[in-house]
Design a protein around this ligand. Structure first.
Ligand SMILES: Nc1nc2c(ncn2[C@@H]2O[C@H](COP(=O)(O)OP(=O)(O)OP(=O)(O)O)[C@@H](O)[C@H]2O)c(=O)[nH]1
Ligand SMILES: [Mg+2]
Length: 637
């Protein structure tokens, strides 16, 4: 209970620096752990891959150290370790001073956005005071312009133990004012090691970048696209119920084999994560770089623990020391989130040439980066507006915004609110108010055209109008467009599933009015010998017979008796009276009897009888018809 009461601060320290400058020896002196575990590392006396060691600084401050190789051939491993660290220890041997990989590693930790650092001048025992002063001056001068906040340099020696306590104290000071990473965010663990442990299954390790995950939870593994269950967790080497951001984390996973995973893969939870194949980014080129990058330049992209090849696209040349927008077409997928920093290295020779920040991990196909209105310096509201605006009515699913904006879900809600009335949240989708208004206005044209083409129709069916909404739009957005258009005083009206412009009445021009008149007369003359629509169309070539008939029906002058026949109202009333008279007299009658009585052929009689059945005038009894009213009155006989 006592230990729970005091909050323990945990953070990750990463070494950086030229080969043989004493990084691993320093880590061993601080932690007691020799991180050069491999036989080849021992034999060659150099670090090849990442090493990890816990470093308890006090009861309240627990650090973990990632030791990286300094050899220029293993910078890719250094990158996988440097990503996700909180504090950089820039190791410079007193007898050599700043060397090429000192510069390269310094550039990398700067490009990765690491905020805090401590320069450590090692091998103090090998130099005299004057020389040390010279090196300290060189280092201070070099770091003065750095974007990292550096502590004063600490001079150490692992042989005499000099400076080690001062370094511990400096680390404690830095730890005390490191900002904790938000825990209420999507969980992401870029994987730096994968191995199998008897009894635990597949174990992945890395530094948790954001969010938390608990034992028993499911994580998604990307780009594998596989779910796995977390069987157990270790944080900084100790069994834990929960993984938390900014800590060395090991997850034992059920449901995935060691051979399926590799460094560069990522474990995540929550929506919106996808393996990215194209990144829209802002890139900066180091001043020391020899050549500009331009469209078609092939580069190596290091993001998280992943390294993929990519081709630069859609950029005018970015010259050394300058920044610019660039689209990166990845040759294999990686997992990225807006705001992620990455390092780029040239394809050949392999050197660090720059880095950048992800602006959008999922740019729309065929979009032009320069026209997208996205940039590194803009506010979250401006970025959201640009992303939503270009998707018009399709909008963006709110679920995906934490990844697309690079903000915790809670912050996304606030950003949408800050955007105010410009953005609408509709059924889980954000769209621009402007897109909805524009579309409602466009539908006015659609309706006008419909009215022109169908002057006899009362309007456009709602179904057809919904289908006329341009672009793939989620149903809730289509609803909003129609609601906006049909609101009171809006540009159109919706009644009885039909949309029309205000004041629209089906109208006839004089020719159509004439034809309608002739049709009405024809129906009256036909009496019970009701012609089909097809027959009328042949009799009235060139007239919109069907539309005119339905117009007559709407006006009450005619009535459809089946799909192919319209009868004049008066004619039908007469038939009904005659039928009721006949059946009242006869009780029941077969079609043959009625045919004789009415002098009608079957062709004309049957449709009328079926109409009478449907209208509830008659009902069938065997072959014959009886009056429906009377049979109903007779009750349950
Ligand atoms: N005299 C002296 N030698 C040191 C000190 N620190 C490291 N060395 C020696 O320097 C050599 C290189 O040390 P490492 O710690 O392996 O260097 P490193 O920076 O980890 O090298 P890479 O990981 O290969 O880049 C070893 O022989 C160490 O014993 C020191 O403080 N004093
Ligand atoms: Mg080493």
């Amino acid at each position: 209970m006592g230990s729970d009461a005091r909050p323990v601060r945990r953070f990750v320290i990463g070494t950086a620096g030229h080969i043989d400058h004493g990084k691993t020896a320093l880590v061993k002196a601080l932690t007691g752990v020799d991180t050069d575990r491999w036989e080849e590392e021992k034999r060659r006396g150099i670090t090849i891959d990442l090493g990890f060691a816990p470093l308890p600084l006090s009861d309240e401050i627990q650090a973990s150290v990632v030791d990286v190789p300094g050899h220029e051939g293993f910078v890719r491993n250094m990158l996988a370790g440097a990503t996700g660290i909180d504090v950089a220890l820039l190791v410079i041997a007193a007898d050599e001073g700043i060397m090429p990989q000192t510069e390269e590693h310094l550039a990398i930790v700067e490009l990765l956005g690491i905020r805090r650092g401590i320069p450590v001048i090692t091998k103090h025992d090998l130099v005299d005071a004057d020389w040390l002063e010279l090196v300290e001056g060189e280092v201070a001068k070099r770091l003065a312009a750095s974007r990292i906040r550096w502590e004063p340099a600490v001079a150490t020696s692992v042989t005499t133990g000099a400076g080690l306590q001062a370094l511990r104290e400096a680390l404690g000071r830095v730890a005390a004012d490191l900002a904790e990473r938000p825990a209420d965010d999507l969980f992401r663990l870029p994987i730096d090691r994968v191995f199998a442990v008897a009894g635990a299954g597949t174990v992945v390790t890395g530094t948790t970048w954001s969010g938390t995950v608990a034992v028993g939870d499911a994580v998604r593994l990307l780009p594998l696209a596989r779910e796995a269950r977390v069987r157990s967790i270790e944080v900084h080497g100790q069994a834990a119920e929960r993984a938390v951001p900014g800590r060395r984390t090991a997850l034992a996973l059920v449901g995935v084999d060691k051979s399926e995973l590799a460094r560069g893969h990522v474990a995540v939870t929550g929506p919106g994560w996808e393996a990215a194949t194209v990144l829209d980014t802002a890139v900066e080129l180091l001043p020391s770089t020899r050549r500009p990058i331009a469209s078609r330049t092939r580069v190596r992209v290091h993001l998280g623990t992943a390294e993929v090849l990519a081709r630069v696209a859609q950029t005018p040349a970015i010259v050394p020391g300058e920044r610019g927008l660039a689209r990166l077409i990845l040759e294999s997928p990686l997992v990225a989130r807006a705001g992620d920093r990455f390092v780029i290295r040239s394809f050949s020779p392999v050197t660090t040439i720059g880095g950048g920040v992800v602006l959008d991990p999922f740019p729309p196909a065929r979009s032009r980066l320069r026209r997208r209105g996205i940039d590194a310096g803009q506010t979250a509201v401006a970025r959201l507006s640009a992303l939503v605006g270009e998707r018009r009515l399709e909008g963006i699913s709110i679920d995906t915004l934490p990844v697309r904006l690079g903000a915790p879900p809670r912050r996304v809600t606030a950003v949408i609110a800050e955007a105010g009335r410009d953005l609408l949240s509709l059924g889980g989708t954000v769209v621009q108010q402007h897109a909805v208004t524009t579309e409602a206005t466009r539908l006015v044209d659609v309706l006008r055209r419909h009215h022109e083409e169908h002057p006899l129709d009362p309007g456009m069916s709602l179904q057809a109008l919904r289908a006329a909404v341009g672009a793939p739009a989620p149903p809730a957005v289509v609803d909003a467009v129609l609601d906006l258009g049909a609101r009171s005083g809006g540009p159109f009206e919706i009644a009885a599933s039909v949309a029309r412009l205000p004041g629209w009445r089906p109208a006839l021009d004089s020719r159509a009015a004439d034809a309608r008149q002739k049709l009405a007369e024809r129906l009256a003359q036909a009496r019970w010998q009701i012609p089909t629509v097809g027959e009328l169309e042949r009799e009235f070539p060139g007239s919109p017979v069907r539309a005119l008939l339905s117009h007559l029906a709407r006006e009450g002058a005619a009535e459809p008796i089946d799909a192919e026949r319209y009868a004049a109202r008066g004619v039908l009333a007469e038939f009904r009276a005659a039928l009721e008279g006949a059946l009242g007299e006869l009780g029941s009658a077969t079609p043959a009897e009625l045919r004789d009585r009415f002098g009608l052929t079957r062709k004309y009689l049957i449709p009328l009888l079926e109409w009478a059945d449907r209208r509830g005038v008659t009902r069938r009894r065997g072959d014959a018809r009886v009056l429906a009213r009377l049979t109903a009155g007779k009750g349950g006989s």
